[in-house]
Design a protein around this ligand. Sequence first.
Ligand code: GDP
Length: 295
Amino acid sequence: MFTELSEKLEATFARLRGRGVLTDADIKDGLREVRRVLLEADVSFQLTGEFLARVEKRAVGVTQLKSVSPAQQLVKIVYDELTLMLGERKEGLKLSSVPPTVVLMVGLQGSGKTTTSAKLARKLKAEGKATRLVAADVYRPAAIDQLETLGRDLQVPVYADRGTQDVVKIAKAGIEQGKKERDRVVIIDTAGRTQIDDEMMQELRRVKEAVQPDEILLVADGMTGQDAVRIAQGFNDAIGVTGVILTKMDGDARGGAALSIYGVTKKPIKYIGVGEKPDALEEFHPDRMAGRILQ
Ligand code: GDP
């Protein structure tokens, strides 16, 4: 487990062999290695600092255990604390008791919002939950085509209305259709922009007001590291999200963004996107992500 960190810590602590007890200075040496690993994994400075303080507090008391090496003990503490700071439990989609559950997908252009909407629809359909997609990204006509194509491939119905730019109207009509067809879930793909701006947030607020979604899921590009954290904070402050989907985690993103996003928003990461194909969506496991950060 976490070969690199473990080896580094073993090396750091090698000179202590036979002593059995770590001094504060020894722990500081070990934590320096942990710090390096976290920063390399794209965890923010501030969070890294907070994290190390927590680990240090726990590390001081447990160094007397003789059966396990100090390095292993420290790795275990780091892993446990990381898992805790990533949200601890895995959290799926919250379904409303009265169908359809309405899911609003939000995020910047290019984050993978449309693709992820389709991925989520596919997953829900596979679970036996009738799902409808609603194309409310009216400013990018190609997005409507894209969603319709994806829907056709996945055999998931798509509601679209090219006759209007009124996203509230589209969202409401899509949900109405979902009710009529007895869908379990309606996923609304909203418009993104290249950066956070007031106009986008106002529009999202209007849609939120009008449809009272059960979930507002922010789709954020995991490859963008600290930018994703800033974006998550921006969306959460402006409209209040209920969860996050981190995309493009099939790349070499190390997962520090996941830690920071949860750290600043306290909203759970629910899924991760791990490829371009419709089946490339995984549930988020905090413990696995902790492992990835420590790799
Ligand atoms: P939108 O503008 O937010 O709706 O973004 P799109 O859904 O059109 O996605 C933008 C690009 O990212 C497309 O080329 C997608 O195939 C790609 N994409 C989305 N999710 C993932 C992912 O999890 N992994 C990879 N590798 N690519 C992804």
